[in-house]
Write a new protein. Structure first.
Length: 70
C-alpha cells in the first residue's frame, strides 16, 4: 500500500509559512510560487526548493534539509 505524504500548502502568491505554522522539520509548499519551505532546528523558516534554482544551489539546500531531518 502506497503512503501519500501531504505537506502543508498554500495556493496564494507570496505566502510563506511562519514558525507557528510548522514544527521543526515539517515541510510546506506554495504552489503559486513553486517554493518549498521547512522549519529548521534554529526555529527559522527556510526555503529549501524553488523553480529555476541552479543545480549547485539545489544540492546545497537538499543537503541542508537532509541534515535537519536527520
Amino acid at each position: 500500500m502506497a503512503l501519500a505524504i501531504k505537506p502543508k500548502r498554500s495556493h496564494t502568491s507570496s505566502s510563506a509559512p511562519t514558525t507557528s505554522d510548522l514544527v521543526e522539520g515539517e515541510l510546506a509548499v506554495n504552489t503559486a510560487d513553486k517554493k518549498i519551505y521547512m522549519r529548521d532546528d534554529s526555529n527559522n523558516i527556510v526555503t529549501v526548493g524553488q523553480e529555476g534554482v541552479s543545480d549547485a544551489d539545489a544540492t546545497a539546500k537538499a543537503v541542508t534539509m537532509a541534515i535537519a531531518l536527520g
